[in-house]
Write a protein that binds this ligand. Structure first.
Ligand code: GLY
Length: 338
């Protein structure tokens, strides 16, 4: 299956194909220089398979984790292209999760003011969220995604076979984003997640989540209005993530926790059950004031209040204002034993 995403600068295809990695050259123009970017957490065979299809490929392996989204590695990626005399006609291909996609995409966006960028996301999280919509960025002094741009890829290849090697916790992590978009945009997808055996219909769940995200980014590419719905669970989630540190919870786990206080009580009962079913946390022991301090420094702050996404009914959402006090109270829902 193939869908075309419309952007302000053109369109790009998302190709869904089991085993598609081995046929990437049918979808991507690899008949030129290509910098294949991966990281140490991705099975090496994935990038090697891609590399074998490139006319003149070079491999760049980033370290696994947020460290890869630093200006240091940004410079290394630029140098890798410069030292091989890449021109504007050459390309970058990401083979990895969200970090790889963000770093490689931003490197492609900047080299010679922009060269073609293809993405082969290898995690559920990156297949359903970060590979779609053209956000690219690196971090600066601990501030996530602060240096970046919107730069639509030239193509995205979603190959469900690549998920077979994904650790269980990473699988759960990605499902948080599927649950997020289903809960706010599509009651029938949420019901499918509730009613099917866990992970049984993963290809369908990924495809539907991608199509829902496609609709959102086509209507609001630059996150001026509707796209903010994708931040559901992220306000408190980012606060929790920021104080957890490297060894703490994964992004999707923090989003799972962040969604719970932002729902009507009857929605929360269903969400709570769904999160447990997909191995995601529903309670946490956390320093609430530290979380709120992080949240109140969030870039989405407007005056004394913060705009949050609230789910009053499965499949629907609203944007609402919350004060610091209200957000602190909301965190009690997550207390162990509550
Ligand atoms: N990950 C949220 C977005 O793409 O806007």
């Amino acid at each position: 299956m193939r869908v075309e995403v419309c952007t302000s600068t053109g369109t790009y295809p998302i190709i869904f194909e089991q085993g598609g990695l081995g046929k990437a050259s049918e979808y991507f123009n690899l008949n030129r220089k290509a910098l294949v970017v991966t990281d140490t957490g991705v099975p090496e065979s994935y990038a090697q398979s891609l590399l074998s299809m490139c006319k003149e490929g070079a491999l760049f392996t980033l370290p696994q984790g947020e460290e890869a989204k630093s200006l240091h590695y940004f410079e290394q990626l630029q140098l890798a292209m410069l030292n091989r005399s890449f021109t504007r006609k050459d390309c970058v291909v990401a083979v990895g999760g969200g970090v790889v996609g963000d770093a490689a995409g931003f490197a492609a966006a900047c080299y010679m003011r922009g060269i073609d960028f293809y993405n082969v996301p290898t995690t559920v999280l990156s297949q359903v969220d970060s590979s779609i919509g053209g956000k690219t960025a690196v971090n600066l002094q601990g501030v996530k995604n602060i240096v970046g741009c919107f730069y639509p890829p030239k193509g995205v290849l979603i190959d469900s076979e690549l998920l077979q090697t994904l650790p269980k916790r990473q699988m759960n992590n990605g499902y948080a984003e599927i649950i997020k978009i289903a809960l706010t945009r599509d009651a029938s997808l949420f019901e499918m997640l509730e009613n099917s055996p866990p992970f049984a219909r993963i290809e369908e769940a990924v495809r539907q989540a991608v199509l829902l995200k496609q609709e959102v980014v086509e209507r609001d590419e630059r996150e001026e209005s509707l796209r903010k719905v994708l931040n559901f669970g992220h306000t408190l989630g980012h606060g929790i993530e920021a104080i957890q540190g490297q060894e703490g919870l994964y992004h999707g786990e923090c989003v799972a926790l962040g969604m719970l206080p932002m729902c009507a009580p009857e929605v929360r009962v269903r969400l709570n059950k769904a999160l447990k079913k997909y191995g995601l946390p529903t309670q946490i022991k956390v320093d609430k004031q530290a979380v709120i301090d992080k949240v109140m420094h969030d870039k989405k702050r407007e005056g004394d209040a913060i705009t949050v996404v609230y789910c009053g009914e499965v499949g629907r959402f609203s944007f609402e204002q919350r004060t610091e006090e209200q957000l602190t109270d909301a965190l009690y829902i997550l207390e162990v034993g509550s």
